[in-house]
Design a binder for this molecule. Structure first.
Ligand SMILES: [Zn+2]
Length: 418
């Protein structure tokens, strides 16, 4: 393997310990969001090891194999689209931060990984000055065109110096569903500390695997997702980077998430009891012990076996099966559960993906309306986390006789809406 593309860390990226133990090994998988354009569909895509490792000293759960981010910017890939469904959520989120921390008008809010500027737009409505940092050029341009000032770059020390010079210190720094995708999380967090004003706050929203594991959601594991945080680990990172974790809240998006808030050490606000409560809960459930993940691996294996028995039975009667949902998580699921041989094609609502081919197996991706025209017998709900909304949306084809297969958290074959 070309080691410029793949790196194997044998030490902890947080505390440098070498006591690293692999706790979950998934099937080798290509970069999960590399849906190919038509003209590249003959191109073979490499697969990479996909493992979770635990630092037995600090409890940091992470990918030990890191694919160089440049590999994911290859030109044959579809431009990733904006995460949908979070926009309404951002209005409430911004309002809550402004109210809870009594932000005055014209405070500076910097959103890291600001995407198309949805979060910035929400803060702008509340009278704040806003600034985004976004490495993907197309969406950064789009944000700027919409009057949401955005720096098209990674969040580096240079960028911090420029922001300080041109805009001053930030009263709020936000990072939504991107903190887990940062390779050098320590230097990133130190940079945030440099950017914050004395009474500034740093707000992270990220997936929370202690909740996700309860619904067997293993497919949140993919190559762009380097870290799987607990509150204990976040608290430790903040501590090492001159910050103090003052609040931690469970929130619902993406199968279970957390919002954590930090301030500079000595920032004056009291540490909320939510921090120690969540850490205690994590310790009680053994989230920093390898045995929990070994049990999790067994549950996933059992779910896979059960599904494959069902799919083989369906296939042996000559029935036709397709899949619904095309994203990072559906690629992890398809690879690890070895679903590809069963599916003729995939349908998805995202028009950017229509006409593309799935990572690795190159299953064609069509609009969901194809289900009406083609009437396959079964649809595997690859995006099973959104199972309810998918079923409601496709009630019509259910009524016409297509059955939906929910692979997780418990295998379900659905013939009609109850
Ligand atoms: Zn460690």
């Amino acid at each position: 393997m070309n080691n410029k593309v793949l790196r194997h860390d044998t030490y902890c990226r947080i505390c440098s310990s070498e006591k690293i133990k692999t706790v979950l090994r998934l099937e080798d998988t290509p970069l999960e969001d590399q849906f190919l354009r038509e003209e590249y569909k003959e191109q073979k895509q490499p697969v990479y090891p996909l493992e979770l490792a635990l630092c037995e000293d600090c409890g940091y759960l992470h990918l030990p194999y890191i694919v160089n981010p440049e590999a994911s910017y290859a030109d044959y890939v579809y431009e990733s689209s904006v995460t949908v469904g979070l926009r309404n959520h951002y209005d409430d989120y911004a309002r809550q931060i402004v109210d809870d921390f009594k932000l005055v008008k014209d405070s500076l809010v910097v959103d890291l990984g600001s995407n198309d500027g949805s979060m910035l737009a929400s803060f702008k409505k509340t009278g704040m000055r806003v600034l985004g940092v976004e490495p993907a050029s197309a969406i950064a341009t789009q944000a700027n065109q919409n009057d949401l000032p955005t720096i098209n770059d990674f969040f580096t020390e240079n960028v911090v110096s420029n922001i300080l010079q041109e805009h001053g210190k930030a009263n709020v720094v936000t990072a939504n569903y991107m903190y887990a995708n940062i390779d050098d999380v320590m230097s990133f967090t130190r940079s945030v500390a440099k950017l914050l004003s004395e009474d500034g706050i740093f707000v992270i929203q990220t997936g929370y695997h202690p909740e996700q594991m309860k619904i067997k959601m293993f497919d949140y594991i993919y190559h762009e997702h380097f870290s799987y945080f607990t509150v204990r680990v976040l608290n430790n990172i903040f501590n090492l980077c001159g910050l103090e974790l003052i609040q931690a809240i469970n929130i619902s998006p993406k199968g279970g998430s957390i919002r954590v808030i930090g301030q500079l050490k000595g920032g004056g606000r009291k540490v909320d009891s939510s921090v120690s409560m969540l850490i205690e809960k994590e310790n009680k459930y053994g989230m920093h012990d390898s045995s929990v993940y070994e049990t999790f691996a067994e549950e996933i294996q059992a779910a896979k076996n059960k599904l494959l028995v069902e799919l083989n039975a369906i296939k042996s009667t000559g029935k036709r099966i397709v899949g619904i949902g095309g994203s990072h998580s559906t690629t992890t699921l398809t690879y690890h559960f070895e679903l590809s041989p069963f599916m003729e094609y995939i349908v998805d609502d995202n028009s950017l993906k229509h006409g593309s081919y799935s990572p690795g197996y190159h299953l064609p991706v069509y609009p969901t309306k194809k289900l009406h025209d083609d009437m396959p017998d079964y649809v595997i709900v690859l995006a099973w986390q959104h199972g309810n909304s998918i079923l409601n949306k496709h009630k019509e084809v259910l009524d016409k006789g297509i059955s939906f297969i929910l692979p997780l958290p418990e295998l379900q074959i659905i013939d009609e809406l109850s």
